[in-house]
Design a protein around this ligand. Structure first.
Ligand code: CMP
Length: 141
């Protein structure tokens, strides 16, 4: 079993798509280990995406990710990191495969509904950004 970290981004919450996206995630076989609704500040959004701080879109990314509530979740499944990135599709929804979450729901590269960790190591780092060890105990799984 592997875990990955996702964030249902502020556009997902604003468009009232959290239920639809969670339904798709669960139907694909992921189990929710931890979940909460929270609002990032510019500082916390900047810290989460620090790896992108030199990119031209960093300011826009931080502004967007702190623009409203979001829903981070830790998800568990065999091959979770790779399988979740398949489920969400390419960063740019115009390039995402049919049936993927971004193809179905996202408007643009910037406002693309969901985040998914890009490696097992980053999944661990990103999970501990949002959740304490106590919150990730797998009581039912
Ligand atoms: P995410 O998977 O959350 O990780 C980094 C994010 O940067 C990415 O999703 C996009 O939302 C965002 N991003 C990547 N490229 C661009 C871009 N050209 N313009 C705006 N945002 C971008």
């Amino acid at each position: 079993m592997e875990t990955t970290l996702t964030i249902l981004k502020p556009d997902c919450v604003r468009k009232q798509l959290t239920g639809a996206v969670i339904d798709k995630i669960e139907r694909t076989g992921f189990r929710i280990v931890a979940m909460k609704k929270t609002k990032l500040t510019k500082e916390t959004a900047g810290a989460f995406y620090a790896v992108h701080r030199e990119r031209p879109f960093f300011g826009e990314l931080v502004q967007f990710m702190s623009s409203g509530p979001c829903v981070p979740m830790i998800l568990e499944k065999e091959n979770a990191v790779e399988d979740f990135r398949k489920l969400i599709g390419a960063t740019d929804p115009a390039e995402a495969e049919e049936g993927t979450i971004r193809k179905l729901y996202a408007d643009s590269k910037g406002e693309n509904i969901v985040h998914g960790s890009d490696s097992g190591d980053n999944a661990q780092i990103e999970s501990s950004f949002f959740f304490s060890t106590e919150e990730t105990v797998r009581v039912n799984n």
